[in-house]
Design a protein around this ligand. Structure first.
Ligand code: A2P
Length: 197
């Protein structure tokens, strides 16, 4: 399997029964086996539907989030409902062979990094933290792991922080492998992401 890919074929996808799945999650929470329960890759619409039926609301929604896919609408919704947003691919997964990621090469990110004397990766992570997100950067390299931890004793000043709103937005991981006109419950990317693409 390619680095960062998912071993799922459309023909193996089943329609997910979210209400009964969530009930089972709540039972785990009630039993004390899980201290918190949450979701991943939920669009605003899917999260709203879940919140309507949930007795225990999800603590977290883990989604793709970085300066080039800021999840503005979803983040506002999560905030208004007290659901924490955790960012996967906070660096835009630069080493993933099947993705064309240039998040860390973004000129605005690089200008800010240069001005602050930090690496683009550190600024991307710090941006996420200042947005109120958790960030889950991945590295197999000790030096970069250390670099990624050095984001807690400085901040991006307001004037530079405002520049992030100028960054062109594009979802990187569109998960098109979940989409199939007949075999998958998700017939199109619109369908899969409820228009948030
Ligand atoms: P490596 O393991 O060689 O450090 P994400 O967390 O967004 O999915 O990105 C993970 C990718 O980002 C990995 O390929 C990792 O490569 C690379 N990476 C992690 N930290 C840094 C960093 N500080 N600068 C550049 N690339 C990084």
């Amino acid at each position: 399997m390619k680095k960062g890919s998912v071993g799922v074929k459309p023909e193996n996808l089943m329609p997910v029964d979210i209400p009964s799945t969530w009930k089972a999650m709540e039972a785990l929470y009630d039993s004390g086996k899980a201290r918190a329960i949450g979701v991943s890759n939920f669009s605003t619409k899917k999260l709203a539907t879940l919140l309507e039926l949930a007795r225990v609301p999800p603590a977290v929604n883990q989604v793709e989030c970085h300066p080039s896919w800021q999840q503005t609408k979803l983040r506002e919704f999560c905030k208004s409902k007290g659901v924490h947003l955790t960012a996967y691919s906070p660096l835009g997964s630069p080493g993933t062979t099947w993705l064309k990621s240039d998040v860390l090469k973004n000129p605005i990110l690089n200008t800010v990094a240069e001005k602050l004397g930090k690496s683009p990766a550190q600024v991307a992570l710090r941006w996420g933290l200042q947005m109120g997100n958790s960030v889950l950067p991945k590295s197999t390299n000790e030096g970069r792991i250390r670099e990624n931890f050095e984001v807690f004793d400085w901040s991006i000043p307001d004037d530079l922080f405002a520049k992030f709103s100028e960054i062109e937005q594009a979802r990187l991981l569109n998960a098109s492998f979940f989409v199939h006109e007949t075999l998958s419950p998700y017939k199109s990317l619109e369908d899969l992401w409820d228009g948030e693409i």
